[in-house]
Design a protein around this ligand. Structure first.
Ligand SMILES: NC(=O)C1=CN([C@@H]2O[C@H](COP(=O)(O)OP(=O)(O)OC[C@H]3O[C@@H](n4cnc5c(N)ncnc54)[C@H](O)[C@@H]3O)[C@@H](O)[C@H]2O)C=CC1
Ligand SMILES: CC(=O)C(=O)O
Ligand SMILES: [Mg+2]
Length: 545
């Protein structure tokens, strides 16, 4: 049998004979005399906390997950706020950048362009074929805001699936992290003797599409119950392959749809607070996007429903949104535009190109400024002060990942708006005390959405992931705030409640799938809401330690 759980270029170097899951407990005498699970939990946590760098912590936790999956997830669930920045953004970004250097053992599947023509047989090598329910698939071409990391992108598929397991109780054996190796255009990696991927530039679009067609068909045959999450494809491919396959297979794109949903949710909560302070109606919000890639445009599309839910027409909603890319304001008269920018390109401006963000802000007078640009510190003091001068409670979301690419920090946002800011960021920032009051940053990251969206789609056995299911996940998240969280002006629930939130989102997603008639588990239709919620909770995997 061909083995593909190890990068294929190591074939013959390191053969894996069975599942990558931990082996059964060793026989009596092969462990210390007193190895109490409860005490070992404390020991593992102490070992983790003794590491000084984020990357060391990441490596330690990867080892722990491999050695003792139950222990890893127990600790993760009990310490979500501490673990997420390690297994996910920001540290997962550094782990991906150094993946070929820190690589220790096989995890996930690597499917290479060299496998074209035999992808199905490769997929069958996965040890738990019948269990497969959810796969996160990346081609590594735009990992967080870090660019084309090639096969090093495997870390993001693994990280997202760890959050599925911890955050939504997906059974670990049902998850398949996949990294497609279609080459990389990053020369640093091509020149690195330790690089784990194919040593050539990315293959042309035609060859990639042929590969993707075969891959998607093979996935649907080998794993008939699988939901696919596309992750961190470069913007052109993100839109292309979402459109190409979304009506054919159960799949969604996390960067376009998951991000859209999480930002809509935080925006709904922020806009209410902002409008309460300004006395202006919700329909009067004006949203400026700094960054017009897959994430920026995905969020802009989802935010259309913020306005249409308030009764505006599609045209009126679109007029509340402005895009900025690396060349400045996006408008028709500027000339040729990438396809994904056209819908939001302004028709009402035809003057000279405005490039400076401050000039764009004075022209647009936004109530909300959303950064998805991978440009660190783009929201400097004068931008923040201008937003505060325009709005009693400005909405500033600096959503680029990881932390060092964020458009501004929470500290700066608080300081330069005199604490009035309604803030969310893609990666976590610490809370701030301002004039004696504790202020909390929101984490506007799709990690709040995809676990519940995925769980709902899996339990409904959805044929497709419809826009209505994505919107339901977003509204579900917005509604999940408790009175206590609202009292602290939180835009997102506390991450410690992720299981409860995911269950609620999953229930809403199942209902939306039923309404759209894409559910195959039609027996769930007869359940009342409370029965459905109980059913969702009963399906969540829990570590048994
Ligand atoms: N918070 C979250 O949940 C998520 C955050 N992201 C983050 O969003 C960022 C962008 O992702 P994509 O849209 O896929 O990337 P992308 O590379 O396709 O888009 C970046 C956009 O920013 C614009 N840009 C770059 N430099 C600029 C500058 N100096 N001034 C103005 N605009 C500039 C580009 O023209 C492009 O429109 C990444 O950092 C990613 O990590 C992505 C998905 C989810
Ligand atoms: C969070 C995420 O999906 C990204 O930054 O790409
Ligand atoms: Mg992503």
């Amino acid at each position: 049998m061909t083995i593909v759980l190890t990068p294929y270029w190591q074939d013959g170097v390191q053969k894996l004979k069975s599942s990558p899951r931990p082996p059964p407990k060793p026989a009596h005498g092969l462990t210390p005399p007193v190895l109490d699970d409860d005490v070992h939990v404390t020991r593992c946590l102490a070992q983790l906390r003794s590491k000084t760098s984020g990357l060391e912590k990441y490596i330690y936790l990867s080892m722990l997950k491999h050695e003792n999956e139950e222990m890893f997830y127990k600790l993760c669930l009990e310490n979500m706020a501490e673990f997420t920045p390690i297994i996910y953004t920001p540290t997962v970004g550094e782990a991906c950048q150094k993946w070929s250097h820190i690589y220790r053992r096989p995890e996930g599947m690597y499917i290479s362009i060299k496998d074209k023509g035999k992808i199905m047989s490769v997929l069958k090598n996965w040890p738990k074929v019948n269990d497969a329910r959810i796969s996160v698939v990346t081609d590594g071409s735009r990992i967080l805001g870090l660019g084309d990391l090639g096969v090093n992108g495997m870390g993001i598929s693994i990280g997202k699936l760890s959050l599925y397991i911890a955050g939504a109780g997906i059974r670990p054996s049902s998850t398949i992290p996949i990294c497609l190796d279609l080459g990389t255009n990053t020369h640093k990696y091509l020149d690195d003797p330790l690089y784990l991927g194919a040593r050539h530039n990315r293959v042309p679009e035609k060859e990639m599409t042929e590969f993707m067609d075969e891959f998607m068909h093979a996935m649907s045959v080998v794993y008939p119950k699988l939901l696919i999450q596309f992750e961190d494809f470069s913007t052109d491919n993100a839109f292309r392959y979402l459109e190409r396959y979304r009506n054919q297979y159960p799949l969604f794109n996390d960067d376009i749809q998951g991000t859209g949903a999480v930002v809509l949710s935080g925006f709904l909560n922020a806009a209410k607070l902002s409008s309460a302070a300004s006395g202006q109606p919700l329909t009067s919000h004006r949203i400026l996007f700094f960054g017009a890639g897959s994430a920026g445009v995905g969020v802009a599309m989802q935010l259309m429903s913020f306005f249409t839910l308030q009764g505006l027409s599609e045209k009126e909603a679109r007029e509340r949104i402005w895009l900025v890319d690396s060349q400045g304001l996006v408008f028709d008269a500027r000339g040729k535009l990438a396809e994904h920018k056209k819908y939001f390109s302004r028709k009402d401006y035809s003057g000279p190109q405005i490039t400076d963000l401050l000039d764009i802000i004075s022209y647009v007078k936004p109530t909300a400024l959303l950064g998805l640009s991978t440009t660190p510190n783009a929201f400097g003091p004068s931008v923040l002060q201008t937003m505060a001068a325009l709005n009693p409670r400005p909405i500033i979301f600096s959503l680029s990942n990881p932390v060092h690419l964020s458009e501004c920090s929470f500290t700066d946002a608080v300081q330069h708006t005199n604490g009035t800011v309604l803030f969310a960021s893609g990666s976590p920032f610490p809370e701030q005390r301002h004039l004696g009051k504790m202020l909390y940053p929101g984490q506007g990251n799709n990690m709040y959405i995809f676990p519940g969206l995925g769980l709902g789609a899996i339990l409904a056995r959805a044929k497709q992931v419809t826009d209505s299911m994505v919107e339901a996940s977003s509204l579900g998240l917005a509604d999940a705030l408790t009175a206590d969280e609202r009292k602290d002006d939180l835009l997102y629930p506390r991450i410690e409640r992720i299981r409860e939130i995911s269950a609620f989102i999953a229930k809403e997603v199942i209902r939306a799938a039923q309404k759209a008639n894409v559910d195959r588990s039609t027996d769930l239709r007869a359940m009342s809401d409370s029965e459905l919620l109980a059913f969702v909770n009963s399906k969540m995997w829990n570590p048994t330690l």
